[in-house]
Design a protein around this ligand. Structure first.
Ligand code: SF4
Ligand code: SF4
Length: 314
C-alpha cells in the first residue's frame, strides 16, 4: 500500500511523550537511502573539536544571533523582559541576565535571533513527518534520527522509532555510539539502519579530541556487528586529527578485524565555523583545512585493501 494512503492514520500510542529537538531537515539525501526527513535531537555526550552542529551540544536551548541579518532596530531590546540586550558601540550584546525565554526571537522580523531547541511531543513530531510520506514512498527514503546524540533521549528515540515502524516508515539512526550497551541495543534493534560515527580508534586521542573515552563506543560497535543489523560505519576525516598514518593503520586493523557491512569516509568541512560565532563561542579547530582528495583516496584504498566495502562521500 502506498504510504500516503494512510497519512491520516498516524497517531502514536504515546503522543504526550516529548523530546528536545533543534532542527527538522526535509529532503535530506546523505543520511540513509532515498529522500529523508532528518530529525536532530538536542544534546550530546561528546564535545568533538570539529563538530559542525555546535548548537546540538547542550541539553538546554541555545541563543543564536545572525549579525549579518540584523537591522539594529532594537525591537528585541525593547521586548526583552530581562533587559539583557544592549547596543554598545554599534554592536548588539546580550548579557548573562538572559533566561532564554525566546521573546527576542519571536519579535525579530529580520530573523536575526533564534533559539535552537524546543520540545516536541511525539504527536507533534509525527504530524511533521506525515507531511513527507509521499517522498519516502517514491524514493525509498524515510526518517533519520540525528543530533546531537539521539540515544541521549532514549525513551523518546525509542518511542519515535516505534511509531515510525508501526506506520511503515523506514528509519535510520545516526549515533556516536556513546551509550549504555542495553540502551544502545534496544534502539539499534528498533531502527532499520544504523549510521555509526567512528571518530578515532586510539583511546587517548579520542579522549583528548572528543572529551570522552571510546571504550563504550567500540563495545557497542562490536555488539552491533555481531547482531548483523544493517550498518554503515562513518568516519569523519579531519586533517591533523585522525588522518595520520598511525590513525589510518588503526582504522584498517580494527575495522578489518570487525568487518562491518559498509564504511563511509566523510571529508571534514568547516561549514560549522559561522555557527560558533552566532553562538558567541570560539571554534576549536580555527583554520583547519579540508582534506585533499588524493589523501582521501589513499585512505579509502587502504581500507578497501583490508577487504572493507568503503565509499568516499564526494
Ligand atoms: S529585533 Fe532583530 S533586527 Fe532588530 S535589533 Fe534585534 S536582532 Fe537586530
Ligand atoms: S531570550 Fe529572552 S531573556 Fe534572552 S535576550 Fe532574548 S528576550 Fe531577553
Amino acid at each position: 500500500m502506498a504510504l500516503y494512503r494512510f497519512m491520516s492514520a498516524i497517531a502514536p500510542e504515546r503522543p504526550e511523550i516529548s523530546g528536545f529537538i533543534f532542527n527538522i531537515m526535509r529532503f535530506a539525501t546523505h543520511d540513509g537511502p532515498g529522500i529523508r526527513t532528518t530529525v536532530f535531537f538536542k544534546g550530546c555526550p561528546l564535545a568533538c573539536w570539529w563538530c559542525h552542529n555546535p548548537e546540538s551540544r547542550s541539553f538546554l536551548p541555545d541563543r543564536m544571533y545572525f549579525e549579518e541579518r540584523c537591522r539594529h532596530c532594537l525591537d528585541c531590546a525593547a521586548a526583552c523582559p530581562q533587559q539583557a540586550i544592549h547596543e554598545i558601540d554599534g554592536v548588539l550584546c546580550t548579557s548573562d541576565a538572559c533566561t532564554l525565554c525566546g521573546h527576542c526571537a519571536e519579535i525579530c522580523m529580520a530573523e536575526a535571533r533564534q533559539i535552537a531547541g524546543r520540545r516536541y511531543t511525539l504527536g507533534e513530531l509525527m504530524t511533521e513527518i506525515e507531511k513527507d510520506l509521499v517522498f519516502f514512498d517514491d524514493s525509498g527514503g524515510g526518517v533519520t534520527l540525528s543530533g546531537g546524540e539521539p540515544l541521549s533521549q532514549l525513551a523518546f528515540a525509542a518511542a519515535f522509532l516505534g511509531a515510525c515502524r508501526e506506520h511503515g516508515i523506514r528509519t535510520a539512526i545516526e549515533t556516536c555510539g556513546f551509550a549504555q550497551p542495553a540502551a544502545f541495543r534496544e534502539v539499534a534493534l528498533a531502527a532499520d539502519l544504523v549510521l555509526f560515527d567512528l571518530k578515532l580508534v586510539d583511546r587517548e586521542k579520542h579522549m583528548r579530541c572528543t572529551g570522552a573515552a571510546n571504550d563504550p563506543i567500540l563495545k557497542n560497535l562490536e555488539d552491533l556487528v555481531a547482531l548483523r543489523r544493517p550498518l554503515v560505519v562513518r568516519i569523519p576525516v579531519v586533517p591533523g586529527i585522525n588522518d595520520s598514518a598511525e590513525d589510518i593503520s588503526a582504522f584498517e586493523s580494527y575495522l578489518g578485524r570487525l568487518r562491518p557491512q559498509a564504511v563511509e569516509l566523510l571529508p571534514y568541512h568547516n561549514t560549522g565555523a559561522d555557527k560558533y560565532r552566532r553562538l558567541g563561542r570560539t571554534y576549536p579547530l580555527g583554520n583547519a583545512r579540508q582534506p585533499a582528495m588524493a589523501d582521501l583516496v589513499a585512505f579509502r584504498d587502504t581500507l578497501a585493501r583490508a577487504g572493507l566495502n568503503v565509499t568516499l562521500r564526494g
